[in-house]
Ligand binder design. Sequence first.
Ligand code: FE
Ligand code: FE
Ligand code: MG
Length: 162
Amino acid sequence: MGTRGREIVGTDVEQLLAQLNSALADEWLAYYQYWVGAKVVKGPMRGAVAGELIEHAGDELRHAEMLADRIIQLGGAPLLSPQVWYEATGCGYDAPEDPAVPAVLAQNIAGEQCAIGAYQKLLDEVRGKDEVTFAMIAAILADEVEHEEDLQAFVEDLAMIK
Ligand code: FE
Ligand code: FE
Ligand code: MG
């Protein structure tokens, strides 16, 4: 923990840590949803879609790392067991039981839209109170906004070949 770094946070640090751990659970679940989705997805544009899903999986893993590092800076502990991810998650996990490209895209678009809402809410809470967390969440949010558009672009392209 960085003691002075924790002192300058003008909000309830324990509550913030719980929110960051909830986001951490979301990111790990999003990572796996993308990773396994890329393995099983089939249908039109499978190769391009799988490549994008793999890229997004890498981004979600990087987000998990950013969140874990910030949690440690603030004197907390990142969730230590995957068992608690389901209790802590805000956005949940959608297993790609239907591997068709449109179904996998729809699941991941819904996940990104949940993430965008959650990070926007967290940004509003820390604005003016914790600039370090604010900057980190803003960077993650920008990636989620990009992810949503990447996936929605595939949906647009698919509509054109029908
Ligand atoms: Fe993410
Ligand atoms: Fe994302
Ligand atoms: Mg992308």
